[in-house]
Design a protein around this ligand. Structure first.
Ligand SMILES: Cc1ncc(COP(=O)(O)O)c(C=O)c1O
Length: 441
């Protein structure tokens, strides 16, 4: 099978039929490209019209081990035949307990950990909100502008990434104070690293905590170690360490949302490891399940509710999803995918840096490991985001066989499976480069 191979410009006739049915019966969500998948294996997606694509989207950073990894498929098949669901919150079974133990031991930091299992990143963050409120008896949170923590009313109150996510949903949970993130390409304070001395972190303690977010009322700081939906923004060295210190000095919990960055995506098992930071609560989802929905809040055991019924759910730790997660973690460890992400990430970074040099419409390239993006601007001086050119490039990309996702206001993200073959990644990047070249003319 030749990859990529575009026999009919997507969406082809079969795809158009499914898209029409979807549009008629499914709620409006965030659809970005008219790709209708039939099957996928590794880093290759085949659509219903017989086109094949290189996948640079990995189901929004879910398929870190690649699509339908044989070991994950086998674990799911076996578990499905034995026990599919038994309500792990109210009863017991082995695979859930083993997954809890594994995540508790995997999470950074020496403190003993416990795990709450959930079904989505949003729900893991809801659990983190409740664990923090319960254990501190405080109701306020600090979070960052540009953050994405989910869309239910608790998690949405922490989210501050796009207006459309918030509009018409006010009020959500009260008591969240948002502060600017460490976005050096567009520093909100017009300062430059390192002479800024991390002003954007210091101001939290110097100004916000002395005015609108008193530590006596604030349970914790929610932070993405690399901001995801906000635009793959990588804070400068030392920033997360400073945030962790501010949290500790003021007796606030540090809650790291690694829903997108977790499980090798950034070239470390967890992105906080780039700074050696151990959060009090770590939330994970996406890649955890190897393709099935499962999520977790992994927290310092001292924060546990301890009272049955304070928090629970029906599907958390579902037996099949837990077995799938165990198999995905085996693959990540046995196939050295964290190291591979770092290695391939460097290779991809070199290519994207070269493209940035070559094309004026690329304002910035940034990322860690295989979590990378390019930001498109109308010109390098004004840095005005250019979503139109970004959309045109993304369309050209899928028409030439590369699937990707938008990122932030005017970026494209490149998040292949962590085991994408080297030559396939290079072919995908060749196509990206051609598409950017055509948009520049
Ligand atoms: C950092 C982060 N947190 C939370 C979420 C929400 O996760 P989910 O869509 O699984 O609810 C996302 C989803 O993109 C995310 O990137």
């Amino acid at each position: 099978m030749k990859v990529p191979s575009i026999k009919v410009t997507p969406p082809g006739p079969k795809a158009r039929e499914i898209i029409a049915r979807d549009a008629k019966y499914l709620a409006t969500t965030t659809k970005t490209s008219p790709i209708v998948a039939k099957r996928a294996q590794g880093s290759v997606v085949e659509d219903v019209d017989g086109n094949t694509y290189i996948d640079f989207s990995a189901g929004i950073a879910v398929m870190n081990v690649g699509h339908s990894h044989p070991r994950v498929v086998e674990a799911v098949r076996k578990q499905t035949g034995e026990l599919m669901h038994f309500a792990g919150t109210d009863f017991y079974y082995d695979v859930q307990a083993r997954l809890g133990e594994r995540l508790a031991k995997l999470a950074p930091g020496k403190a003993a950990k416990k795990v709450f299992l959930a079904n989505s990143g949003t729900e893991a963050n809801e659990a983190a909100i409740k664990i923090a409120k319960w254990s501190t008896r405080r109701g306020m949170f600090l979070a960052f502008l540009g953050a994405f923590h989910g869309r239910t009313m608790g998690a949405l109150s922490l989210t501050a990434s796009k207006r459309v996510q918030k509009e018409r949903f006010f009020p959500s949970m009260p008591g969240v104070v948002h502060v600017p993130y460490a976005y050096c390409y567009r520093c909100p304070y017009k300062l430059t690293y390192p002479s800024c001395d991390l002003y954007c972190a210091n101001i939290i303690e110097d100004l916000y905590m002395n005015t609108v977010a008193p530590p006596a009322d604030t349970a914790g700081i929610f932070v993405e170690p690399v901001q995801g939906e906000g635009g793959y923004i990588v804070p400068p060295p030392g920033w997360l360490t400073r945030i962790a210190k501010i949290a500790k000095d003021n007796d606030l919990l540090l809650i790291a949302d690694e829903v997108q960055t977790g499980f090798g995506r950034t070239g470390k098992m967890f992105a906080v490891e780039h700074e050696g930071v151990a959060p009090d609560i770590l939330t994970v989802a996406k890649a955890l399940g190897g393709g099935l929905p499962i999520a977790a809040a992994v927290f310092d055991a001292r924060l546990d509710f301890g009272v049955p019924g304070a928090h629970s759910n029906t599907f958390g730790g579902n037996a099949v999803a837990s077995a799938s997660a165990m198999a995905a973690l085996d693959v990540i460890e046995d196939e050295g995918l964290v190291g591979n992400s770092e290695r391939l990430g460097k290779r991809m970074a070199d290519r994207l840096d070269a493209m940035k040099e070559r094309f004026d419409i690329i304002g910035d390239h940034r990322g860690l490991g295989l979590m990378r993006m390019t930001e498109f601007v109308s010109d390098a001086t004004s840095k005005k985001p250019d979503p139109k050119v970004r959309n045109a490039i993304m369309k050209d990309m899928y028409e030439h066989g590369v699937i990707a996702l938008p990122c932030g206001e005017s970026g494209i993200r490149y998040i292949p499976a962590l085991n994408i073959p080297d030559d396939m990644m290079e072919t995908g990047l060749d196509i990206v480069e051609d598409c950017i070249g055509r948009a520049t003319r």
